[in-house]
Design a protein around this ligand. Structure first.
Ligand SMILES: [Zn+2]
Length: 198
């Protein structure tokens, strides 16, 4: 029975099962659940189209390392910020993605990054000016307030505008991704597994 059979199908198709996810036009390992994309963490996203608007992608795919943990862990912040940070480092789940971007969304993202860094620099400038100049208390407080607003705005831009796609939930095997174009979602089969509750 072990004689070589030239008509047998190639064994590599079944042996190398991880390989099928790497083929660019194979949508295996990708599903939709309403407005979210569900993916096997070993699957790859199509990078020939913009992940945001489905226009043809240009340039190199953007690498996004996303992490997620159950929102319940945020309760630790009330207890101790450092304890929360350590716990979050331990319990967070990660997914490493490559997404396609069109010219418009690539340059929009660059502008947001530039704006966020400008705000950080401006806030640092205000703080250092406030610390060196002789100012009335009221002026000093106003400068500090402006600097804090600058830092916070830069942080919000960093969270919402720069990340392109977001992880809504990640478990050991699958990731729920938000921010994906409805055109891509429409091409995917419905997620058959447990539903996302967020
Ligand atoms: Zn786009």
């Amino acid at each position: 029975m072990s004689a070589f059979n030239p008509y047998a199908p190639p064994a590599a198709d079944t042996l190398d099962s991880g390989r099928q996810w790497g083929e660019s036009d194979d949508r295996g390992g990708l599903w939709r659940e309403r407005f979210l994309l569900v993916m096997d963490k070993t699957a790859t996203l199509p990078v020939d189209r913009c992940i945001v608007c489905d226009a043809p992608a240009t340039g190199r795919p953007l690498r996004r390392k996303l992490s997620w943990h159950s929102p319940w862990w945020y309760l630790l912040v009330l207890f101790n910020l450092l304890v929360y940070v350590i716990a979050a480092m331990i319990v967070r789940r990660k997914v490493d993605l490559r997404v396609g971007l069109c010219d418009t969304h690539r340059s929009r993202r660059r502008w947001w990054i530039a704006l966020a860094w400008s705000l950080v620099l401006a806030a640092i400038g205000l703080l250092s000016f406030g610390m060196t100049a002789r100012l009335a208390d009221g002026t000093m407080a106003a400068l500090m307030g402006l600097a804090v607003v600058g830092f916070l705005t830069a942080g919000i831009i960093g969270i919402y505008a720069v990340r392109v796609v977001t992880a809504k939930q990640i478990d050991d095997r699958y990731a729920w991704i938000g921010g994906v174009s409805s055109q891509l979602l429409d091409t995917l089969p419905d997620w058959p597994g447990p539903k996302y509750h967020g």
